[in-house]
Design a protein around this ligand. Structure first.
Ligand code: SME
Length: 150
């Protein structure tokens, strides 16, 4: 099981003082991806136009390049600004299957200062029901820590 306290502290130390969104996303994606064997794809989609997400820094196999807010789990997180915890991707209407091996996923909105929507963090697992409410809380806190003042 992942040690969220240690991981959050390491990411805070690594990203201290950095304000470039891409540099921050690349560092977080790398650290997260290698921290837990449940994570098979770990990365960011960035808001690049009204209602449009584009691929950002990630680790894992190639991801879809463009996701409209209207589509998939990432789109739902961006649209609602609520974390989407999906225990079974096959049961999620409109799920975008970038990798057929994905069984479950969590997508957390990334908000900057004043609630500006920067993008979403997407973690996919090849295991069914891989993510817990503790993961959700830890990831939401981490996104607030790293991006909340940008
Ligand atoms: N599963 C996501 C798409 C992103 S790729 O799998 C990396 C979704 O439905 O939003």
């Amino acid at each position: 099981m992942i040690d969220w306290t240690a991981l959050c502290a390491r990411i805070r130390a690594l990203t201290e003082g950095e304000t470039d969104e891409i540099a921050l996303m690349a560092t977080v994606a790398c650290e997260l991806h290698h921290a837990d064997e449940r994570f098979d794809w770990t990365g960011f989609y960035r808001v690049v136009a009204p209602s449009l997400l584009k691929i950002g820094p990630y680790q894992g196999g190639h991801g879809c390049l463009v996701i409209p807010f209207a589509r998939g789990v990432c789109g739902a997180a961006a649209r609602t600004r609520q974390t989407q915890l999906v225990p079974d991707v096959d049961a999620f209407p409109g799920h975008i299957a970038c990798a057929s091996s994905t069984r479950s996923e969590i997508v957390v909105p990334v908000l900057g200062r004043g609630g500006r929507l920067i993008g979403v963090l997407d973690i996919d697992s090849n295991r069914p029901d891989a993510f817990t409410d503790q993961d959700r809380r830890a990831l939401e806190g981490m996104m607030q820590d790293v991006f909340g003042t940008l």
